[in-house]
Design a protein around this ligand. Sequence first.
Ligand code: MRU
Length: 351
Amino acid sequence: VFVVKSELKLGAKMQIAGLKYRTVWWQDDAINIIDQTSLPFSFEILQLTTIEQVAQAIVQMQVRGAPAIGATGGFGLALAARLAPAKNFTKFIKKSKKTLLATRPTAFDLIYALDIVEQAILHSPADPAAAALQSAQAFADSNVQACRQIGKLGAEIIQPNFRILTHCNAGALATVDFGTALAPIRFSKHKNIFVYVDETRPRLQGSRLTAYELEQEGIPHAIIADNAAGYFMQTGQIDMVITGADRVALNGDAANKIGTYEKAVVAKENNIPFYIAAPLSTIDFNCASGKKIPIEQRAEEEVSYIEDKLIANPNSPIQNPAFDVTLARYITGIITEKGIFTPEQIERLQK
Ligand code: MRU
């Protein structure tokens, strides 16, 4: 993997919302991504030029967040269409799709983007590589538009002075730009809002990435320990919860970063509205309920180590599910680019 830039020092200004950078983009015959494992300590752009590099970047979470994974996968299949040898073209495409699909099983945007790029390849025998790239680019562009719209619609339910809790990172870094849960927050930054940021063990997407994005935007916030959210809700310090989603089922159940479910339950107990923000590409219309959503299990070392330091009893087994399912009954509304829906209304959005 070729690192092209390491240009920003800690605390420097990085504009990611609609301006200088997208999270993933096609340039110089390569997939360019912001390396999210380096943030917030250094800003690096990686250029991916093989399918193995793309798959590794997703598995290692150098690029992460459902729509960002989807866009990277889409560009990955477009890359495969350029790299495929003429005499083994179809086999190479199939193998590449399988490799990319296997990287992370929960995010539905990955399946969605790979399917549309594969269809573009199949329907354009004259120039499949050009069609694939056009399709991958269209997915990325549509995600930017969807997130912008989610921001505008979601901002309508954020009142002045609201104190909002969010979990994981559902910001510009998790999408192609703007974010899902952070988009309505971005569009409300003039309303004197305050954001509580769950640190989000074990990968710390909240304390590293969400806090970084909020600082870049100048939005007042505080990082809290994962197990502190209940305290802040019970003591009346939170008006609303907004998170993203990796996959929404037909019945309105939503899979998101591990820990989201318990935040939703505690929110309901305290009469605090709990919203999911997600583009329509995150809805799996073939998935009847959250019970059918595959939950990624990740390496033990993500829990037992922080950086290179062992922080757990060395011989104890560890379990590390990366996502949980928030049941529809805990979700007040799902903010999409087409409107804010109750979980019960999701089924009716089916094409
Ligand atoms: O494991 P991650 O960091 O990819 O998980 C990300 C999340 O859970 C996000 O909340 C979700 O993908 C929505 S992103 C707009």
